[in-house]
Design a protein around this ligand. Structure first.
Ligand code: GCW
Length: 695
């Protein structure tokens, strides 16, 4: 009996030690196996001495360090200060706000900063150095964020659903708040703080006015109180029609006195709940959301009204530029530019315009949005999407830092060579006084937060790039893998290789050569290149790919819509000749004949097929590579990723077969050798998509 009990107990214990459900993200703090390193780290970890001011953020830092070191080194870090062998927090006003320096000196490690947030980020950095087994005996480096506001935007709704969320439901339990504080809120805040995220927008940009009621403000306050010690400021998305909906005013015209007064009062109320509230994020006159244009006013009129309301409290207004109208003859690519560019200089000082990375909508690949660099007098925030709306939900492994980095390092040439998008966003090109970057979150109630465990790397990588856009994708992948998956070097290399190739693989089997917006209607999953009719012309696929008997692609040169003309001359020169245009962007800018010979040596049709077919075999390679790490990563994680890769393979086959068969109806050419023509027919592929569309 006793023996049986012991065996049971042992098996429970072993199970708990071994199984990893991904909940702890990259902050695992498991005992390090490298004994030499542990010995080195222990020399610096016997106590934490706070020579900084005591406040809740610094307390958080000390607590995190102690917990982390206890776990990683298997020691107990004490409060008793000695002269040597500890970690010391020190004030240094010469360090940029939120930045830090970590330095080994006189047998201690000193974390210096100007602000409490700097101490917090420095502490997480020291833990990262230890988690990734770097040397700290001679450590000496400084780091500070290049962008001031590093935000996560949640598209979470009042009823607990998440628009475009693929990892369960909302983390925010509105009905339980403010009384019940889910411990998970703290875990969420820790994860964000560890990568330098300092602001979150709690709710969907398709915003319910309910968030501005007293009842909800009390709930928002409860969350803000949890996040504050982690250096995270809270923002809300607001519904522009709130004065009418909540205030029962006759309209929400931003130039009406009573509307302005309503917002002023509302802002006062919000700040009475949350004194350090960040401000409002607004989606207006976009996809049916209300906005100032309903009253003949401009985006600037709308933004400035809100800016006036939050100004007394140092609040900000973040106004989105994601606008486009249903014009069958127009080009959606140009619309945000045409609406916003003329408003440059008209926005109040505390307004930031938030622009999606590309001109259409978070596609697997887009050229950078032409508004970056075009509004020197208006701070432009970057909006990335971390949740994989157009990138295969949480069944596809796609390492998004590759996409983010591609956009950030694109050169706008607005102030000469080197005026990259990153430098526009971080303010160095136009000296913006406020700088911001946002990522639409991929978090949800799933135990592992992001559905696909590998998508944790996208949350992590977004934060790291928001901190410093000069980090390389290699470095980010390495750090994340070491902290999250394994300390075995061969496995680390294999996984890194998978991550770094994954985005291009996804592009290959879905949207090669600059195809875009050919995904399943509404759901945005799977493929629907044949889509001809939708509620709006610019929601169809044919509007974008323009395939016909002659060729394929959207002519955006001066012969076509001339969207290319929105970029600086140097960028135009890069892309305006179909013979020399980077193949990545070919169909973004050119209608190219099926028989056109490309730089790859193949004709266009053959190249298109080659991309779709290789995309699928590359997914197979990812699957085979993943098999090699069996035994080096946790079993539960291994199996889960393996299963999702298999699902991805099925989807890649669907994309390939559907797209080559459909485009073949235009090209009228055979599938080139050595590829074998799909076993399924186009009609069969259409049925699969029809099923995706069933409600
Ligand atoms: O691409 C679209 C999404 C919508 C989203 C919108 C936006 C929040 O399909 O779900 O709405 O973008 O960014 O406003």
């Amino acid at each position: 009996m006793l023996k049986k009990g012991i065996i049971l107990l042992l098996s429970i214990l072993t199970f708990q030690v071994k199984a990893d459900d991904g909940f702890r993200l990259w902050l695992k703090y498991d005992l390090l196996k490298n004994t030499a390193k542990v010995a080195e780290y222990k020399r610096f970890s016997s106590f934490v001495d706070n020579q900084f001011e005591v406040n809740s953020i610094v307390k958080t830092a000390a607590k995190e360090l102690k917990n982390g070191l206890n776990g990683l080194l298997g020691i107990s870090v004490s409060n008793t200060v000695k002269s040597k062998g500890g970690i010391i927090f020190k004030k240094d006003v010469s360090i940029p706000k939120e930045g830090f320096r970590i330095e080994a000196k006189n047998g201690n490690v000193i974390i210096s900063a100007q602000t409490d947030k700097g101490i917090l980020y420095g502490s997480f950095e020291l833990l990262r150095q230890i988690q990734t087994e770097s040397s700290i005996s001679t450590i000496n480096f400084s780091s500070s964020p290049k962008i001031q506001l590093r935000m996560l935007n949640h598209w979470d709704n009042v009823l607990g659903t998440i628009e475009r969320g693929y990892a369960g439901s909302s983390l925010w339990k509105w009905y339980e708040l403010p009384e019940n504080i889910d411990p998970r809120y703290v875990e969420y805040a820790r994860a964000n703080a560890s990568i330098g995220i300092n602001a979150v927008v709690l709710n969907n940009v398709n915003a319910s006015a309910r968030f501005l009621t007293k009842e909800y403000l009390a709930k928002v306050k409860a969350l803000a109180d949890v996040f504050r010690p982690y250096g995270i400021q809270v923002f809300l998305s607001v519904n522009f029609a709130s004065p009418k909906i909540l205030g029962k005013l006759k309209n929400s015209d931003p130039l009406e006195l009573e509307v302005r007064q309503w917002w002023n009062e509302k802002a006062k109320e919000v700040y009475s709940f949350i004194p350090d509230f960040g401000g409002f994020l607004v989606k207006a006159n976009s996809e049916g959301e209300p906005g100032p244009q309903e009253f003949g006013r401009t985006h600037a009129d709308g933004a400035n009204m809100l800016a006036e309301a939050v100004k007394p409290f140092n609040g900000l207004v973040i106004w989105r530029a994601f606008v486009y109208g249903p014009n069958p003859k127009g080009d959606r690519f140009k619309e945000a530019f045409n609406e916003f560019k003329p408003l440059d200089g008209q926005f109040a000082k505390n307004v930031i315009v938030q622009v999606k990375n590309g001109p259409i909508d978070f596609m697997p690949r887009e050229p950078f949005h032409p508004l970056f660099g075009a509004m020197p007098k208006t701070p432009m925030a970057m909006e990335f999407q971390i949740t994989q709306e157009y990138l295969g939900f949480s069944t596809n492994l796609v390492f998004l830092p590759s996409l983010f980095k591609e956009v950030l390092s694109s050169d706008t040439y607005v102030n000469g060579k080197g005026s990259t998008v990153a430098k526009v966003v971080d303010g160095s090109v136009h000296n913006y006084p406020i700088t911001a970057i946002a990522g639409v979150a991929n978090t949800g109630s799933d135990r592992n937060w992001t559905g696909h465990l590998m998508s944790q790397a996208n949350w992590y990588g977004y934060g790291r790039l928001a901190w410093n856009h000069e980090f390389t994708t290699e470095q980010i992948a390495e750090e994340w893998i070491k902290m999250t998956l394994t300390n075995e070097v061969t496995a680390q290399k294999t996984i890194k290789n998978i991550l770094l190739k994954s985005r291009e693989i996804y592009v290959n089997f879905t949207n090669p050569l600059g195809l875009h917006h050919i995904m399943g209607q509404g759901i945005h999953f799977g493929m629907e290149p044949w889509l001809e009719k939708s509620a709006r012309p610019d929601w169809t696929a044919i509007y974008y790919h323009r395939a016909d008997s002659l060729g394929i692609g959207f002519d955006r040169t001066a012969n076509g819509s001339n969207a290319l003309g929105l970029y600086s001359k140097e960028v135009q020169n890069l892309w305006n000749n179909p013979e020399t245009c980077d193949l990545k962007y070919l169909f973004w800018f050119h209608h190219v004949s099926w028989n056109q010979k490309l730089s790859t040596g193949k004709n266009l049709w053959d190249e298109l097929c080659t991309r779709y077919y290789t995309g699928v075999t590359e997914v197979e390679t990812m699957q085979n590579d993943w098999e090699k790490v069996k035994g080096s990563v946790d079993e539960e994680i291994f199996e889960d990723v393996k299963g999702r890769l298999a699902a991805q393979h099925r989807e890649a086959l669907n994309w390939r077969d559907a797209c080559v068969l459909y485009f073949q109806t235009h090209s009228k050419q055979a599938i080139p050798t050595p590829f074998i023509k799909p076993e399924r027919t186009l009609e069969e592929m259409k049925k699969i998509v029809e099923i995706y569309q069933l409600k």
